[in-house]
Design a binder for this molecule. Structure first.
Ligand SMILES: NC(=O)c1ccc[n+]([C@@H]2O[C@H](COP(=O)([O-])OP(=O)(O)OC[C@H]3O[C@@H](n4cnc5c(N)ncnc54)[C@H](OP(=O)(O)O)[C@@H]3O)[C@@H](O)[C@H]2O)c1
Length: 198
């Protein structure tokens, strides 16, 4: 599993203008089978999705899996049509509020209150997923780090300090040893740091 994030020098994931074009162009590098996204990342893009083009699902694209134990995301069908993903799926828990009976969206249920991420990933793996890329503002990445589920960390570091705000590692306060795999410097002072778990 790879976590790819755009960050400030002080590790923030919001509060600055990220080079989105470069970020998403680089995200294609892993050719993931599943894009694992936090519900809050989806909710932050809700209005942009409403007005976006809808070319329809991309057959060769990854599966979009949204972690959503509180069922806060109600536009999964719209996301399917954006032209990035082949299909979408909600990851829920036993306690997730009921979904619409006529919903055409697939789902996996793992865990009691919150989604059991290790179990959900195992279920996705059984459906053939090999490479998973996490797209999160840090909270979900932090939980996955705590569970020891991240194999690769890719940080696109922007030359800005933003002070307070969410960090790429969420609430993780343990220790995580890394091995540098690659660095690259881009125009505008953006530095790409790529690490693997030690
Ligand atoms: N800079 C970047 O690269 C980047 C990338 C993506 C997004 N963003 C920005 O980051 C912001 C959103 O990021 P965020 O960090 O607030 O949220 P997030 O990581 O997108 O979403 C939080 C997710 O973590 C899940 N979660 C929390 N604790 C959990 C636990 N113990 N077990 C299982 N799942 C757990 C939540 O699930 P439940 O809903 O089930 O609780 C939710 O799906 C937005 O502003 C977005 O624009 C930045």
């Amino acid at each position: 599993m790879v976590a790819h994030l755009a960050v400030s020098i002080d590790g923030a994931t919001t509060g600055f203008e990220a080079d989105q074009a470069r970020f998403y162009a680089m995200a294609t590098l892993w050719q993931e089978d599943v894009t694992l996204v936090g519900a809050d990342t989806i909710l932050a893009q809700e209005s942009a999705v409403r007005t976006a083009d809808r070319p329809g699902p991309r057959a060769a694209g990854p599966l979009l899996a949204v972690v959503d134990s509180r069922h806060r995301v109600h536009n999964l069908e719209d996301l399917r049509d954006l032209g990035y993903w082949s299909d979408v799926i909600g990851l829920y828990s036993d306690q997730t509020p009921a979904r619409a009976p006529d919903s055409t969206t697939g789902e996996l249920v793992a865990g009691y209150e919150q989604v059991d991420l290790a179990e959900a990933l195992e279920l996705l793996h059984r459906r053939g997923a090999q490479v998973v890329r996490v797209d999160s503002g840090g909270t979900l990445v932090g939980v996955l780090l705590s569970l020891g589920l991240i194999d690769e960390l890719s940080l696109l570091v922007h030359p800005v300090v933003v002070g307070a705000g969410p960090r790429w590692h969420g609430a993780f306060d343990g220790r995580f040893d890394l091995r540098l795999a690659n660095t690259e410097v881009f125009e505008g002072g953006i530095v790409w740091l790529r690490y693997c778990t030690a």
